[in-house]
Ligand binder design. Sequence first.
Ligand code: FAD
Ligand code: DLZ
Ligand code: SF4
Length: 516
Amino acid sequence: MAITKNKKLRLILGDQLNINHTWFKTVDEQVTYVLMEIQTETDYAIHHIQKVLGIFASMQEFAKTLQQQKHNVIYIKLNDKHNLQSFDKNCAVLISKNNYTHFEYQLPDEYRVDKHLKQYTKSLKISVNAVDTEHFYSTRNELGNLFEGKKTYLMETFYRYMRKKHNVLIIDGDKPLHGKWNFDEDNRQKLPKEHKPTAPYLFTNNVTEIETELKKVIIKTIGTVDSKKFLWPINREQSIQLLDFFVENCLPLFGTFQDAMAPNEWSLYHSRLSFSMNIKLLSPQEVVNRAIAEYTKRPNEIEYNQLEGFVRQIIGWREYMRGIYWHKMPEYATLNYFDHTAKLPQWFWTGKTKMNCLKNAITQSLQFAYAHHIQRLMITGNFALLAGVNPDEVDNWYLGIYIDAFEWVEITNTRGMSQFADGGIVGSKPYVSSATYINKMSSYCTGCYYNKAKKTGDKACPFNSLYWNFYDKHESKLSKNPRIGMMYNVWRKMAPNAKAELLEQADYYLKHINEL
Ligand code: FAD
Ligand code: DLZ
Ligand code: SF4
């Protein structure tokens, strides 16, 4: 039997659901697309049940769309008899069975999968091509090239470069609209007591069939789900609806309450678009353009600081984190600047702690697979850093629990921004705080078992003593940092017995961390 030339197999990963990719512009009967639900991907971390369901449901929807457009699609479900549970093994069988003469894949976002596919394709006897995902504003190496030879990697420098390069909120060729690059000083207020935030826009997708399939195999997951009313978007139409809802209802207060936290309010004015963007149902360009269009349409209702703050998160932070990832991996995953070794407290997996801020942030993470940025940074991340938890443990928790967690954006935020384990590549100082900051930005302290104002003694808020203990322990590594020097002046001036009491209190809390 004659072998047809140019028979192509194209692999689509679970976070590559970009229907606008060049691949799909023409229908070619010589081309077959393959998507696969596999245990090597479900098991590299203990994932939230909603993350696995969300990715599988979106992959299935994407395969359906491709089929409707008349593309050839092979979809391997988790429990298919012939599923060999890894990208390379499944592809190898398909290639030999169907006599493909070409194999193509889109560049993975994660180093681990990139390495795996590079190794696998080296062994292939047919031609191989890896193409861009056509998703990001910047290339993998763009940030590395921009900062070539520089000691620091300032996000603000990168952000300005991106704004100019992509002509976003720019006038006169290279000047920032409204005279300033960054309007953060107008943002970040606490939620007023009487303020009732807009309720989040939730979907009611039925994903019970996928849940039943998941239960048949031994996949350890965390968190809860109502699989009859799965609340996250699982296709492009729903992602666009969520984007519309965000710009119409939340953007006007996005910046103002970006850092605010309140009990039982799990997303406030945040967009919750990270999942759709990270699996590429939405492109960052269309999100940014939609927000700018809304601002242009309603100049009297949407202030510029709200828009600029949102655009910065996407053009700035999101692209910056990806650039740092590709510039610094694989070493980045081994960095542990403070040599932290402690284990994550058990209640990170249950939310059962008397600390109201942590109880809220963890419980909502288990319930929704989501926490907003300041909860991740200044509640859970802050505590893990003050408690000296090993960054590997911290990474595994963040990589599993959030629906939007993929290593390229998780590790740079967790190990970098939150844990300062990179010694200052992403952030210029560690993000730690006592109860003062948490109380300033939230109303958690009001309902807490602990007393925010007490540093030592019965019911003293653990953040207070752990905060000073952290600075004391890492004085040699931090005291020369110009952004922290002032804290050391305060610490040095403190009476010796007050210092001793604080350190004793911290020591007690660290020894009884699982009981906090
Ligand atoms: P919004 O507040 O509405 O922001 C809009 C968009 O901006 C987000 O969707 C996201 O794409 C982008 N963005 C905002 N901040 C960042 C940032 N620091 N880095 C990258 N993109 C950003 N984000 C992830 O997408 N995946 C992760 O696994 C992840 N892990 C994090 C871990 C820690 C410890 C911290 C501190 C932050 C982490 N972030 C992560 C960044 C940020 O918290 C989330 O992007 C954001 O909370 C997602 O919710 P949202 O879509 O409602 O964001
Ligand atoms: C996160 C995830 C999970 C849980 N399962 C799958 C899967 O079964 N099949 C798949 O193709 N992708 C999955 N993903 C997303 C991948 O982990 C992601 O595509 C790679 O890590 C590249 O970033
Ligand atoms: Fe958190 Fe301390 Fe406030 Fe309690 S008192 S909510 S532990 S900061």
